[in-house]
Design a protein around this ligand. Sequence first.
Ligand code: SF4
Length: 284
Amino acid sequence: MDFEIQHEDLFRDLKIDCKNCFGLCCVSLYFSKSEGFPTDKEAKEPCINLEPDFRCKVHSKLLDKGLKGCISYDCFGAGQKVSRDIYKEKDWLQNPELANEIFEVFCIINKLHEMLWYLKSIFSAEELNGNPIKNELERLIKETENLTNLNPLSILNIDIVSQRYTVNSILKKARDVLIKGNTKVKNPPLGAIKEIAGRLDLVGKDLKKTSLNELDLAGALLMAADVRGNNLKHTNLIGADLRDTDIRGTNLSKTLFITQGQVNTAIGDSTTILPPWIDRPPNW
Ligand code: SF4
């Protein structure tokens, strides 16, 4: 691959494309009202707002209705991959005998595409150019992409736990190279911070002047935190909750493992600096 850096090609298949999807996330997944979805619903039941043509009845009003769960959800392109490429436009409504299988395949492809997003985003870090870790990342990207091209029954037999373990190991290794082994394990600039269910509790904190570079904020709860004007260079945000986090004027261009879904739920504007593979939300 020529990575001088062809972000568009690299991430194209990992971006949400609802018009080429049979509403798979709105059916396949369990969700609850308390997490910002319209209702509590079981997996494999269509959302009350899903139309027969697989469009969302309230899509243009998700923000006004406070449906943050829908806004933050990111299938990483699994929806169109399953609908268009794997099932060749056979949808679950017209082919009910395939419905369960389609939903299960979607959930696995979603996880593989999420892994690809993280692998490709750290692969794109220019600071790693010339380091042998790039070859390891490239090999694992290809291996993971190959898994997504299997037939449905083979996809259902993928050992996703083992694949995730392999991916997480190399992500950690690549991150260590980037931060040159600077493992501020306890994130000292943050002082003594409580944890909620193993996640750093930074809800509502004023972090404008706190040095967040290189910190490990994986899974951190940053809801409504104020990060305006800060620089999150090599900060690990994998799985962090950024709902209503104020990132106006914040430099996220080299933040690690940030996703489109996280950005969509944060408060940003034209002065927020994003990695080139993340789209600026239309409401900013
Ligand atoms: S409200 Fe719309 S986007 Fe959200 S789950 Fe329902 S159909 Fe999908």
